[in-house]
Design a protein around this ligand. Sequence first.
Ligand SMILES: *Cc1c(COP(=O)(O)O)cnc(C)c1O
Length: 365
Amino acid sequence: MNTTTPKSTADETTTRAWVDIDLGALLRNGQALAKHADVPLLPMVKADGYGLGALPVMKTLDAVEPYGWGVATVQEGRELRAAGSTKPVIVFTPMLPSELRHVRDARLVPTLASAATIAAWAQTGGGPWHLAIDTGVSRAGVRWDCIGTVLDAVRDAPPEGAFTHFHSAELDNGSMEIQERRFRDAIAALPARPTLLHADNSAAAVRRSPSPWNLVRPGVFLYGVGSGAGAAIQPEPVAHLRARIVEIRSLNAGDSVGYDATWIAARPSRVATLALGYADGYRRSLGNNADALIHGHRVPVIGTVMMDMTMLDVTDVPCAIGDSATLFGSDGGAMLTLEAVAGRGGLSPYELLTGLRQRIARIPK
Ligand SMILES: *Cc1c(COP(=O)(O)O)cnc(C)c1O
């Protein structure tokens, strides 16, 4: 795998904590979703491929012949270009007028939503662009009921595509249908129908087969997070967070563990220290509030999660210094899903995955 930083040896990268990334599972998730949606994928590889590494993700998913790639920033798009990608790269956050020439220079496709930016993009000599239509998230895009404000600009510089984004596609509460009706109304008001219409994030793409639109924009499903037990298709886990046991000690009943002594041994106990902490992205809210796997057995995280270390109660599980623990993902036949671990800590699985820090090596397999 090509990376821009010098590669450490496998031994060095797995001495503390690391993420095993199962690129085979990523590929199978992409294949399963492409088959289900029956339209090309526009995989979202923003935030460095949800923290897993945009370049290995891109190289792997190239095999499903995606339409292009979705990013959040110009810099992310540039990195894909520098890695040799020639497919369309769409930037899904609003661009400041001052950024438009960088968008053009990197041959990226902006998502625009106001008459002023559409005109500014045309003035840079910019190429294809997509019209962002807000149907209820209220964060970016022209409101569906204000589409009149861009009609002149759209007539002068017609967009190649138009899209919207769902706020609750994972809930079966009718909101997706309302948003989609608004999207259809807005498109019908345009002087011409753009060639590429898209709306589905992972949860929407999973909910229906085939997709009613020209592309789907999955993110989290590809990276192993599904939309619940009843979903039509389930992804395989892709990311497995591991850390080494670097110390093991014996405690007497009554001894405390961690800052603020939030865990007190109720019996003589064995405690293992992991070389992983919140500065790695293993969040503090998981202290006294999560499990880990050691040799396929569940053990509790005890005490506060610290900046660089986290403790486990391993009284009932034989283990030694140098053994690895799994904080999410699979170990032997046992499994801790990202959703379940995140849920215990009051986090979203997106947050836990994209919050993993650079101190942790990504080890693609
Ligand atoms: C991040 C993002 C997606 C992907 O969402 P998932 O829930 O991860 O599938 C799709 N569309 C847009 C505009 C996004 O920003």
